[in-house]
Write a protein that binds this ligand. Structure first.
Ligand SMILES: Cc1ncc(COP(=O)(O)O)c(C=O)c1O
Length: 374
């Protein structure tokens, strides 16, 4: 016999108070409709299914539905079940909040750091997700490796070496929820190793300063000019946060001599540079500069994100770590259960290996270039 009645319809939570089961079921349903928890047009579970869920007789549910139909709360459609009656909602829809209202008003969004999210490749992303999920082993949906799924780390390593010149192997890659979480994990790991100071570009992203400070690091400012961060005579610090490809917010690349200077400083001081490569692949206004990390892979943490190339809402980013930091960062990540969604990771892996990521980057680059020139 088919079990479809048992799994069809919605899952409904009802509190049955008191000994009179039918009366309390009626009251609970009435209240759910009146209060808007059950919306007009919602199909109720089959009487047999609801009776099983609640541990009561099917007739009790059927009688109760009939009563509420008679009262006008529900409507029964021959052969197609019981529905919440179509009627004016008792609660008027909430007025649009300030964010929705502002979004409607904005014609040109000139905020820094926000990509054109309307260019997100929805169809290609869905196709990649469908393919990746179809092919994934069941284990990929369990509690997975806190470093990230091997498929994605492998795909990222290939992409980053090819497109950004990063010195990388999959076992150095840790997937994270955007750059912000990557920075947080790293600062916590460095703090746990005894680090106390982070130097950061004076003109930088204020949230990143706050993340470092929240982890217990004190942040000092490095001045910035039209060659990027001024790396000559850097004060002692355990770590240095840089945007070498595209200084945020000035937009200049770090001057070649300063790249070398920063890498030498980190190597000789035993410090760590955090290379925030937030939009390195998206250069549309000049040739892209390769990753600084390749100059000193054991002293530079390369950090990338899908927030600019795809969309910030994905919350996908990646760290490429010096060998000595991998275990510590992974320990911080797994201790707090900050694992990344398997579905998103599988999809991004497929997106990268199929070439869809490259195509999207090239498409967006072209669109930005055209907008820039028009
Ligand atoms: C300088 C800088 N780094 C990184 C990011 C990306 O952050 P996330 O990956 O956390 O979205 C941004 C976003 O605006 C940024 O401005």
């Amino acid at each position: 016999m088919s079990d479809s009645w048992a799994i069809s319809g919605l899952d409904l939570h009802l509190d049955l108070a008191g000994p009179r089961v039918r009366a309390s079921l009626e009251a609970a349903l009435r209240e759910a409709v009146r209060g808007g928890r059950l919306r007009p047009g919602t199909r109720l579970p089959a009487s047999r299914a609801l009776a099983t869920d609640l541990g009561i007789a099917r007739n009790t549910v059927a009688d109760c539905y009939a009563q509420l139909v008679a009262e006008g709360w529900l409507s029964a459609r021959q052969g197609s079940g019981t529905w919440v009656a179509e009627r004016a909602p008792s609660v008027s829809p909430a007025a649009p909040g300030p964010v929705a209202a502002a979004a409607r008003r904005i014609r040109y969004d000139l905020r820094t750091g926000v990509p054109d999210v309307s260019a997100f490749p929805r169809q290609a992303w869905l196709a990649a997700g469908r393919k990746a999920l179809g092919a994934a082993p069941a284990q990929a949906l369990g509690y997975t490796d806190p470093r990230g799924l091997p498929q994605l780390r492998e795909a990222l390593a290939g992409y980053l070496a090819r497109a950004r010149g990063v010195a990388v192997a999959p076992d150095r890659v840790v997937v994270c929820a955007g750059f912000a979480q990557g920075l947080e994990l790293l600062c916590e790991a460095l703090r746990a190793r005894g680090a106390t100071t982070l130097a950061a570009e004076a003109l930088g992203y204020p949230r990143h300063w706050r993340i470092a400070e929240k982890s217990g690091l004190s942040v000092t400012a490095v001045s910035v000019d039209d060659g990027g961060a001024v790396t000559a005579g850097l004060s002692p610090a355990d770590a240095l946060l840089l945007t070498p490809t595209h200084q945020f917010p000035l937009g200049v690349p770090l001057a070649p001599a300063r790249r070398r200077q920063a890498a030498d400083w980190a190597s000789s001081a035993g410090a760590v540079i955090v290379e925030d490569d937030y939009d390195g692949e998206l250069r549309y206004d000049r040739p892209a500069v390769g990753a600084l990390q390749a100059l000193a892979p054991e002293h530079v943490v390369y950090a990338g994100t899908a927030s600019k190339s795809l969309a910030p809402g994905l919350r996908l980013g990646w760290l490429v770590l010096p060998a000595r930091l991998v275990d510590d960062v992974v320990a911080v990540k797994s201790a707090a259960g900050r694992l990344s969604s398997s579905l998103d990771q599988l999809t991004l892996a497929e997106f990268l290996t199929s070439g869809a990521y490259d195509r999207q980057v090239r498409r967006v680059r072209l669109a930005y270039r055209r907008t820039c020139r028009s």
